[in-house]
Design a protein around this ligand. Structure first.
Ligand code: 4AD
Ligand code: MG
Length: 463
């Protein structure tokens, strides 16, 4: 087992002359004048460890097994490296082969592969430079998120993955059943008899932990969820997954302005955290994936976000003189082209849009006094569009009941949600950040399938 202090990233910090063992996977091997150079990586950092094997030190059969993709252990001495960009290299004295790798068939060759190709090799792509960097940033980002909320006294709550209620009221849910599809039990009216199903009623994979999060906010004041969520919308776009990870803070005694301020503070904190801890990975993205990434992140971490209302947004879009593919009128939902215009051209920074028309937003958002808008907020980011969606929640029992009815949602399913408004209700707000959208922003990766280890999209659930 590799112990802390023995990862390749730690070996780079050790003094010259020390005897160490490095374990990892061979990226490349090069032979020159009887000396062999092996680039070894164990995933702990972007930089490979250069292993130098001098002539005659290692038996020939071991040497032939050191090919791209093989897993090996190298014992030897750290020596000063003449190569630029690394202080030390490892002069091998003995090598153990754990797992060979046939160079004729190993899919990750030195030449660059397309993202599409690598997606089909999701069992091996974590060993590539790009995906090594992506998943180290994903790890750091996850830790940053917990750190942010824990430092502020938020309670981490595990909301259920299987649920009987539809949080967004949008119906894009995956069913969960143990009924025999070939032989479905029927009621007298001929409908499927879910009374005989596992839970005794229809059940789904959750689209959001928010409703249960609200229960906890009305007991622990400030909470957050961080878990997988599922959407069965058939949208085959570079920004949508059927399974993605969402972070949902929920705060009691918090209005939309507080909510917006927290979202901005949160985004800036996690960006700065990743900038501070993942510099080599981000430099790689900046060099190879998108050469604006670093500049954008540094700018976003320091400059204030823009805030406009939905009504302002519609006027700005109307006055832009653009020919929109999706027509712009008060009441229309903002499309990707509109979001991109606002963030990339008009304001050139993240933009928070608030107070949307009630017809295009979820039932739980608090009504404004104007009777036609709700206390919603979306945070839009350049390149990505919507990265956060949130709102102040409707805390008034009668108004909420009316909204559930107006949207023709099954009142019975929301009995406990309504009851929260009967016993100790309080003004409260929250938002949801899509982890993968955030990662796209941090890395410059263009397709959301390439920032999650094993993407689930329409027609695709390999691995
Ligand atoms: O705007 P959404 O649907 O909001 C909610 O689910 C609320 N319950 C959140 C809350 O107030 N607690 O989703 C929130 C975020 C989006 O802004 C986006 O970043 C991400 O989740 N998201 C997706 N990411 C990847 N694939 C999808 N299909 C996504 N749908 C939403
Ligand atoms: Mg949304």
């Amino acid at each position: 087992m590799i112990r802390s202090g023995e990862y390749i990233r730690d070996l780079f910090q050790r003094p010259v002359g020390e005897s160490v063992t490095a374990r990892g996977w061979v990226k490349t091997r090069r032979d020159s004048k009887g000396i062999h150079f092996v680039q070894l990586n164990d995933g702990s950092c972007f930089q490979d460890l250069q292993v130098v094997i001098e002539a005659g030190v290692i038996p020939d059969d071991t040497l032939t097994a050191i090919t791209t993709g093989a897993c090996i252990a190298v014992a030897g001495e750290l020596v000063e490296s003449p190569a630029s960009g690394q202080a030390v290299e490892l002069k091998a004295s003995s090598i153990t082969i754990y797992g060979m790798s046939d160079p004729a068939t190993y899919p990750l060759q030195k030449k660059g592969h397309t993202m599409e190709f690598l997606r089909e090799k999701a069992h091996l792509r974590p060993r590539s430079n790009t995906f090594g960097a992506v998943f180290r940033v994903r790890n750091a980002l996850s830790y940053a998120i917990h750190t942010f909320f824990q430092e502020r006294g938020f309670l981490y709550v595990h909301t259920p993955v299987i649920t009987a209620s539809d949080c967004e009221g949008a119906g894009a849910m995956f069913g969960v059943t143990t009924l025999d599809m070939m032989n479905l039990p029927r009621t007298e009216e001929g409908a499927i008899d879910y009374g005989q199903d596992f839970f005794g009623k229809p059940a789904y994979l959750t689209v959001s932990g928010q409703l249960e999060g609200e229960i906890f906010a009305l007991a622990f004041s400030n909470i957050y969820t961080f878990g997988p969520t599922f959407r069965a919308e058939n949208s085959n776009t570079p920004r949508h997954l059927a399974e993605f990870w969402m972070i949902e803070p929920e705060m009691a005694f918090c209005d939309l302005d507080d909510n917006r301020a927290l979202a901005e503070e949160f985004l800036k904190y996690i960006i700065q955290y990743v900038l501070d801890r993942c510099a080599p990975d981000l430099e790689f993205f900046n060099k190879r994936i998108d050469n604006t990434v670093l500049q954008t992140l540094e700018h976003v971490a320091s400059a204030p976000f823009e805030h406009i209302t939905y009504t302002d947004a519609i006027s700005i879009l109307k006055d832009s003189g653009r020919n929109w593919e999706f027509p712009v009128y008060w009441g229309a939902d903002l499309q990707s082209e509109h979001e991109r215009y606002l963030t990339e051209e008009k304001f050139q920074r993240p933009v928070v849009v608030t107070d949307y028309p009630k017809q295009i937003k979820a039932f739980y958002m608090r009504d404004n006094d104007d009777g036609r808008t709700v206390r919603a907020m979306d945070v839009l980011a350049p390149r990505i569009g919507e990265i956060i969606g949130g709102s102040q929640r409707e805390e008034r029992y009668d108004v909420l009941l009316e909204k559930i009815r107006a949207q023709r949602l099954p009142e019975e399913a929301y009995w406990w949600y309504l009851e929260l408004r009967k016993y100790g209700s309080a003004p409260h707000s929250g938002f949801g950040l899509g982890l993968e959208r955030m990662l796209m922003y941090l890395t410059g990766m263009k397709n959301i399938r390439d920032v999650i280890p094993f993407p689930r999209t329409p027609g695709s659930a390999e691995f």
